[in-house]
Design a protein around this ligand. Structure first.
Ligand code: EPU
Length: 339
């Protein structure tokens, strides 16, 4: 005991990829279950568990304790000739974990290369990109119930994964700390997801007709770096909003007015519409208000040019929501967590 340091009045600027200033009343990092228990035993009211801070907009100082998960470590739990179950600590950084798997020849998460954040945060919002979501390769996770200290195993069905959604964003929000996540990955006969338009184009450009998982990772890295700002250069939290879905009737009326509206059918007979397109049509792409802006290459990404406050970014988001609602009758919802 006594190894954990609790800091008071700690700036969170370095701990959120938007790079906005906000202070935590208390702040502590933990790299083991015991350290987490020790922090919790001090009975300070917990504000939230922090991962990579890459899906977070801090709009004010945070009362209570912010606890940063730094539990790392990768483990092969079991394997057969064709597949492997690999787990990683909740605080492990996501992209290096993907790279480790790709280097070992383990397939399944290569399309999720370069997504910012941590392994433990990945299932909370069922991260996804280029035709793959965490739920497709998820095996189980272990999480601590913060109120009791009990450790519980969650299988896929317990997590209730949806589009950028899980039980940890709904009924169990704020109640668990994800300690470890295990994935079932392929060792042979990898199922590559190459059908996404941008992927096909990049494979052609790179002249790779028969890609392997390392090629896929490379392709995704190239696409992401060309379209999405690097948080180290320009503060952002990836897609700020979710792509909205509309029902068939609403879609038919939209298509009458906007014949070029891009859309993707969902399994429930609805249509998903890229929020980036809606926002661009409303004239926001590349617009800037003070240091808060709508990214010039991807309208779904809001950026901090330097000194924007969380409130300013939130004001911009609200103005975008209002104009998309007015023009299309669609209510955009944020993908990022607003604090
Ligand atoms: N588009 C525009 N203007 C823009 C941006 C997009 O018209 O400024 C339209 C285009 O029609 C384009 C379509 O939107 O074809 C889709 O754009 P993109 O491929 O960039 O994907 P997205 O729907 O904007 C989603 C995820 C991303 C993920 C990509 C690739 C959400 C909220 N976002 O973005 O995830 O990387 O697909 O799969 O679902 C994230 O969640 O933070 C994230 C970056």
């Amino acid at each position: 005991m006594g190894a954990v340091r609790i800091l008071e009045n700690q700036s969170l600027r370095a701990y959120n990829t938007f790079g906005v200033e906000a202070k935590a009343q208390w702040f502590a990092a933990f790299n083991s279950v015991d350290a987490l228990r020790e922090i919790l035993s001090q009975k300070r009211p917990l504000a939230f568990i922090l991962g990579g801070g890459s899906n977070l907009l801090l709009t004010r100082d945070v009362p209570g304790l912010v606890a940063k998960n730094e539990i790392t470590g990768i483990q092969v739990e079991s394997e057969t000739a064709d597949s492997v179950i690999v787990s990683a600590g909740g605080g492990a950084v996501w992209h290096p974990f993907v790279q480790w798997c790709v280097a070992k020849g383990y397939g399944g998460i290569e399309n999720l290369s370069l997504i910012p954040g941590t392994v433990g945060a990945a299932p909370i919002q069922n991260i996804g990109a280029y035709g793959v979501e965490i739920k497709d390769v998820f095996e189980y996770l272990e999480a601590m119930e913060l109120s009791t200290g009990e450790i519980r195993t969650f299988r896929a069905e317990d997590c209730r994964f949806g589009y950028r959604d899980s039980v940890f964003k709904q009924e169990l929000k704020g109640q668990y700390c994800i300690l470890k996540v295990a994935f079932r990955l392929s060792k042979t006969q990898h199922r590559l997801h190459t059908d996404y338009g941008a992927i096909r184009e990049m494979l052609l450009e790179m002249e790779v007709p028969h890609p392997d998982i390392a090629n896929m990772s490379e392709v995704v890295i190239r696409i992401r770096t060309s379209k999405l700002p690097d948080p180290a250069q320009l503060g952002n939290a990836g897609s700020f909003f979710k792509n909205p879905e509309v029902d068939a009737t609403h879609f038919a009326s939209l298509q009458e007015t906007f014949p070029n509206i891009p859309h993707f059918p969902t399994s429930e007979g609805r249509q998903k519409i890229p929020a980036g397109w809606l926002i661009e049509q409303c004239g926001w792409k590349g617009k800037r208000s003070g240091d808060a802006g709508c990214y010039e290459k991807q309208a779904l990404v809001l950026v901090n040019y330097g000194q924007a406050s969380g409130e300013e970014i939130l004001e911009l988001a609200k103005a975008i929501i209002a104009s998309v609602e007015m023009k299309f009758g669609i209510a955009l919802t944020p993908e990022v967590n607003l604090i």
